[in-house]
Design a protein around this ligand. Structure first.
Ligand code: IPD
Ligand code: CA
Length: 292
């Protein structure tokens, strides 16, 4: 068994959180301004898994800013050329635009997600987010969290406030988010799990950004969320925001099944989703996934 990665000091955690907010905010402004060509630059795991020019530009900006502020840290970003090994104990896990399809269609539910993690984000189960920010520039929302520091949201130019999950205690009355990955087999599997789950809840939302889904569980605008096939950059910052806000969530962030929920329905939601999974024929991991 490997030792758990060392936790940064309280001062360093504050610095990491401040830096996450500042680079995600700057990248969010760039993404929102949409300067220059907005087209699709390439596709990744499937024809619908797109990279916009702005994904690449935003990742470059974030990487440059982080390297200037903390040159020894590692980097693990969603887009090509996005990895550098850490010489310090910290690696930045970055999704320059989470909700890229929404961005392409000018639907405002997209976000820049920046997280500082300890451990190696390319090795499932060996890493842990310690500070992070999720900035939705078209929504005017900024979420931040660091380990032990609670979770906060700022809307527009308004004051920042501490957030907490909903008080929902009935799964039948819960609004639950989910997503479907880009892998065709995983999408079919996700739809089958949804057929089993939907009759047992108030309704489902497919918002299109896992980072925002997790932040919405954190502030009570969703009661729960589950998805399979996420990559570390989709969930690292949002998972920390959700858990620091007081949501219950899967203990180690993983692509196998990510879930987060208000404490009053967490146990039941996890049980219902796992039971649904048990009734649906299994599929393997998507080829693009870095987790097992
Ligand atoms: C996607 C979004 C979506 C989720 C997919 C992710 P991207 O990220 O988070 O909500 O369902 O699994 O890949 O491609 O927009 O960065
Ligand atoms: Ca993403």
């Amino acid at each position: 068994m490997t030792d758990a990665p060392a936790m940064p000091s309280p001062e360093e955690l504050r610095e990491l959180e401040r830096l996450a907010v500042s680079v995600a905010t700057e990248a969010g402004r760039l993404v929102l301004d949409r300067p220059g060509d907005l087209g699709v630059a390439s596709t990744k795991s499937s024809g619908t898994d797109i990279v916009t020019v702005m994904d690449e530009r935003a990742q470059d900006l974030i990487r440059t800013r982080l390297a200037a502020a903390r040159p020894a840290d590692g980097f693990h970003g969603e887009e090509v050329g996005g990895s550098a090994r850490a010489e310090s104990s910290i690696t930045w896990v970055v999704d320059p635009i989470d909700g890229t399809v929404n961005y392409l269609y000018d639907i405002p539910a997209y976000a820049v997600s920046v997280a500082a993690v300890v451990g190696d984000p390319t090795v499932p189960g060996s890493w842990h987010p310690v500070a992070g920010a999720v900035v939705g520039p078209a929504l005017g929302e900024t979420y931040r969290a660091r380990v032990g520091g609670g979770a906060f949201r700022r809307r527009g130019q308004g004051p920042e406030s501490a957030i907490a999950p909903s008080g929902c205690t009935s799964l039948a009355l819960s609004l639950v988010g989910t997503g479907f990955s880009y892998d065709a087999a995983l999408r079919r599997w996700g739809a089958q799990v949804l057929v089993e789950t939907l009759p047992l809840i108030r309704d489902i939302r497919r918002i299109g950004s896992a980072a925002l889904d997790l932040c919405h569980v954190a502030d009570g605008s969703l009661d729960g969320y589950y998805e399979r096939g996420l990559n570390p950059w989709d969930l690292a910052a949002g998972w920390l925001v959700a858990t620091e806000a007081g949501a219950r969530a899967i203990e180690v962030p993983t692509s196998e099944l990510t879930w987060a929920a208000a404490p009053g329905i967490a146990e039941e939601l996890e049980r219902v989703v796992r039971a649904a999974i048990g009734r649906v024929p299994a599929v393997g991991q998507p080829s693009g996934s870095t987790e097992g």
